[in-house]
Design a protein. Structure first.
Lengths: 342, 295
C-alpha cells in the first residue's frame, strides 16, 4: 500500500467453520498504520475488530483462520513468517495488551518475575540488568515505588496498575507498534483516562504506533489520529478523527456517535436512541450493504451495492454510496456501481 | 534505556520483604493444616533419625522379654520374640515413608507432563494420551500391583514398579482438564503475544498454575499408597520379614492380638497418625488460603 506505512492490512478475510461453507467474520478489511500514528478501530461487539487486530499478530484462535489477504509489517509478510521469525516478530516488533488486566498476568508469579522473564527471554539481559530494566519499565509506566511492586503478585494490584504492568510488558522491547485490544473497557473512567494518557505518552517517547480497538467512541476520540469504523466484518468508514467525529458520512457511524451519551444530556429527559435491530449473525449472508436492515436511510439499491470504500474527503472514505449526510449537490460516491462482493 | 535508579539501597529491603512473605504464606494456613504439618514433621523426623533414636536393634531378639507390655524401657512393648516394637515401628516407618514418597512423587511429574501436553496440544496427542489414561484408570489398581508382584516376585519391588505405573494416570487426567481451562486464559494468550516459546509458555506459565490440584490430590494418594504398601506386606506380598515394615509388624502382631494388643495396635496407630497428618495438610491446601495462590 502506501510506501510509508508501518503496518498494512490488505483485503483480510477471517473465516470459521468448514472450508466449504465458511462462516465469515471479517471480510476484505484493509487498514494502514504509519509509524507513530494512533489508529482507532471502533465498532460494536462482534463486528470483527478484535479478530482484525489479532490477525496482525497471527493470534486468531484455532477454528478461525485468515483465509485471504495480506498483513505486511515494515515490508515483511507476517502471514508467511515461519515460526522462529514469527516469534521474534511478536517479541520485538509488536506489543499487545488485552481487555482484561485481571487475567492477563499469570497469577502465580510476582510482577518482577514476569517482567524480568520477558526481558531475559526477549532481550537477552542477565539477571541484574533485567532487574534494573524492570524497575525502569515500571517507572516509565508510572508505577510508584517500583522496587516494592516487583515483589507484588497480580492480585495485590488494582486493575489500572495491572494494565500499566501489561503495558510495561508489551513495550519491554520497545516495539514499533502496540496493539491495544479494548485496554480500558474493564477499568473505571478516571483510570481509563490515565491509561489513555499513558499510551499517548509512550507513543511520544518511543515513537510507537498504536492500534487501539474500542467500542467506545469517547475513548477513540480522546487519543486517535485516525479512525476506522467496523460493522458486520467490514470497515464502513475510515478517516481522520475530526472528520469522522464532525462529519460522519456513513449512517452507521452517525448512529454510533449518536448513541454515545453526553454529559449535557444528563437530567434532560432525552434518552439516547440506540440503533434498532441486531448486528448480523456470524455466517449470515446479507446482500448488498450489511447495515441496510438497520439503516434509517436505506434505499432499495442498498441491497445490491458493494461495501467498497469510496473517498468522500481528504483521507476520508466511506462505504455508503447513498450518502444521506453529504452536502447538497454532492455527487453520490458510487457513481460506478460495482456488484462483486469482496 | 539504561537505568538511573539507585538500586543498591532498595535491594536489601526487597530481599527482606521476600523472606518475610515466604513466612507469611505458612502463617496463612488454617490451624488444621499446621497441626498436620507438625504431626508429619514429627513422624518424618522420627523415621529419619531412627538409627539414632531407636533404643534397640530392629531384629534384636530378647527371649527374656517376650510380649512385654509397654513400659519405660519398651515404649511400645515387645513382640513374641522380644523385639522392641517401638524400634521396629521407627524402622518400619522409615522404609514405608521412603517407598511411599518415591512411588507417589515419581508419578506426579509424569502424569502432570502427560496431561499438560494432552490439554495444550489437543488433537491426536490428546487422543493418544487420554486413551492410555482411560485404559490405566479402568484397570483395577490392586490387581495390577499384585500382577506385577507375581511377575517380579514378593517384595517392595512390585510396589515400586506397579504403583507409579498406574498412579500417573489420574494426575494426567487432572492436569489435562486444568490445562484445557488454562489454555484459554488471557495470560496464556499474552505469552504468545510476547513471543515466548511454547516450551516456556507450558513449563513456566501453565504448569505452575495447574500443579496445585495435583499436589493436593497427591496427599490422598500418599495415604492410599501407604495403606497399599502396608496391606501388601500384611498379605506377605510386600516387604519381607525379618526387616521391619509397618505392614509386616502389624501382620506379625495379629497372632498375639488377644494376649498383647500393643504389637499390632501401636504401629497401626502410627499409620493412622500419618494418614491424619497428610489428610489435614491436603485439606488445608485445598482450602485455598495460601497467600499468592488462586482462591
Amino acid at each position: 500500500m502506501s510506501t510509508n506505512s508501518l503496518l498494512s492490512i490488505a483485503g483480510v478475510r477471517i473465516e470459521f467453520g468448514s472450508e466449504d461453507e465458511p462462516l465469515v467474520a471479517v471480510r476484505d478489511v484493509s487498514l494502514d498504520i504509519a509509524p507513530g500514528e494512533v489508529v482507532g478501530l471502533v465498532g460494536e461487539s462482534g463486528s470483527g475488530k478484535s479478530l482484525t487486530c489479532r490477525s496482525v499478530m497471527r493470534l486468531v484462535a484455532a477454528p478461525g483462520r485468515v483465509a485471504d489477504g495480506r498483513v505486511t509489517f515494515d515490508g515483511r509478510d507476517v502471514l508467511a513468517m515461519e515460526s522462529r521469525e514469527l516469534r521474534a516478530f511478536r517479541a520485538n516488533d509488536v506489543g499487545m495488551i488485552f481487555q482484561d488486566p485481571f487475567s492477563s498476568l499469570n497469577p502465580v508469579f510476582r510482577i518482577g518475575d514476569q517482567l524480568m522473564e520477558t526481558l531475559r527471554a526477549n532481550r537477552g539481559l542477565d539477571k541484574a540488568e533485567a532487574k534494573a530494566e524492570a524497575i525502569a519499565l515500571l517507572e516509565r509506566v508510572g508505577i510508584p515505588d517500583p522496587p516494592r511492586r516487583l515483589l507484588a503478585y497480580p492480585h495485590e494490584l488494582s486493575g489500572g496498575m495491572r494494565q500499566r504492568i501489561m503495558i510495561a510488558l508489551a513495550t519491554a522491547s520497545e516495539p514499533r507498534l502496540l496493539i491495544a485490544d479494548e485496554p480500558t473497557t474493564a477499568l473505571d473512567v478516571t483510570t481509563q483516562a490515565q491509561i489513555l494518557a499513558l499510551l499517548l505518552k509512550m507513543r511520544d517517547d518511543l515513537g510507537m504506533a498504536v492500534l487501539l480497538v474500542s467500542h467506545d467512541f469517547g475513548v477513540i476520540a480522546q487519543v486517535c489520529d485516525r479512525v476506522a469504523v467496523m460493522y458486520g466484518g467490514h470497515i464502513v468508514e475510515t478517516g481522520p478523527v475530526e472528520a469522522i467525529y464532525d462529519n460522519p458520512q456513513h449512517p452507521y457511524t452517525r448512529a454510533l456517535l449518536e448513541s454515545v451519551p453526553e454529559l449535557e444530556s444528563a437530567g434532560r429527559a432525552q434518552p439516547r436512541a440506540g440503533i434498532p435491530g441486531q448486528p448480523p449473525e456470524l455466517g449470515e449472508v446479507l446482500p448488498g450493504c450489511v447495515f441496510a436492515p438497520r439503516c434509517a436511510f436505506a434505499q432499495p439499491e442498498c441491497l445490491t451495492i458493494s461495501m467498497d470504500l469510496a473517498p468522500v474527503g481528504p483521507a476520508h472514505a466511506c462505504a455508503c454510496p447513498v450518502r444521506p449526510f453529504a452536502p447538497v449537490g454532492a455527487v453520490p460516491a458510487a457513481a460506478v456501481p460495482r456488484s462483486t462482493e469482496a | 534505556m539504561s537505568t538511573t535508579v539507585p538500586l543498591t539501597p532498595a535491594a536489601p529491603v526487597a530481599e527482606a520483604t521476600a523472606g518475610h512473605r515466604r513466612l507469611h504464606r505458612l502463617r496463612g494456613l488454617p490451624t488444621s493444616a499446621k497441626i498436620g504439618f507438625a504431626m508429619l514433621a514429627i513422624l518424618v523426623l522420627a523415621a529419619a533419625l531412627a538409627p539414632l533414636i531407636a533404643p534397640y536393634g530392629q531384629n534384636q531378639l530378647d527371649f527374656a522379654q517376650q510380649l512385654a507390655s509397654p513400659s519405660s524401657s519398651h515404649l511400645f512393648g515387645t513382640d513374641d520374640t522380644g523385639r522392641d516394637v517401638f524400634t521396629r515401628t521407627l524402622y518400619g516407618l522409615r522404609v514405608d515413608l521412603l517407598i511411599v514418597l518415591f512411588v507417589t512423587y515419581i508419578a506426579v511429574p509424569i502424569g502432570v507432563l502427560a496431561g499438560a501436553a494432552a490439554g495444550y496440544f489437543g488433537g491426536w496427542v490428546d487422543a493418544v494420551i487420554s486413551r492410555v489414561v482411560d485404559v490405566v484408570v479402568a484397570f483395577p489398581f490392586f490387581v495390577l500391583v499384585i500382577a506385577i508382584v507375581a511377575i517380579v516376585g514378593p517384595g517392595v519391588k512390585g510396589v515400586i514398579i506397579g504403583v507409579p505405573l498406574a498412579g500417573w494416570a489420574l494426575y494426567a487426567r487432572l492436569a489435562r482438564s486444568e490445562m484445557l481451562v488454562m489454555r484459554e486464559q488471557p495470560f496464556m494468550l499474552a505469552t504468545t503475544a510476547l513471543g515466548y516459546t511454547r516450551r516456556r509458555a507450558i513449563f513456566r506459565h501453565a504448569i505452575p498454575n495447574l500443579i496445585r490440584s495435583s499436589l493436593i490430590y497427591s496427599t490422598v494418594d500418599l495415604v492410599v499408597n501407604m495403606l497399599l504398601l502396608a496391606s501388601l506386606s500384611y498379605l506377605g506380598l510386600g516387604a519381607q520379614p525379618p526387616n521391619a515394615e509397618l505392614g509386616t509388624v502389624i501382620a506379625q502382631g495379629q497372632s498375639t492380638l488377644l494376649d498383647a494388643w500393643w504389637v499390632a495396635t501401636l504401629p497401626g496407630l502410627v499409620l493412622v497418625a500419618f494418614g491424619v497428618a497428610v489428610g489435614l495438610i491436603g485439606d488445608g491446601l485445598s482450602d485455598g488460603k495460601l497467600r499468592g495462590g488462586r482462591s
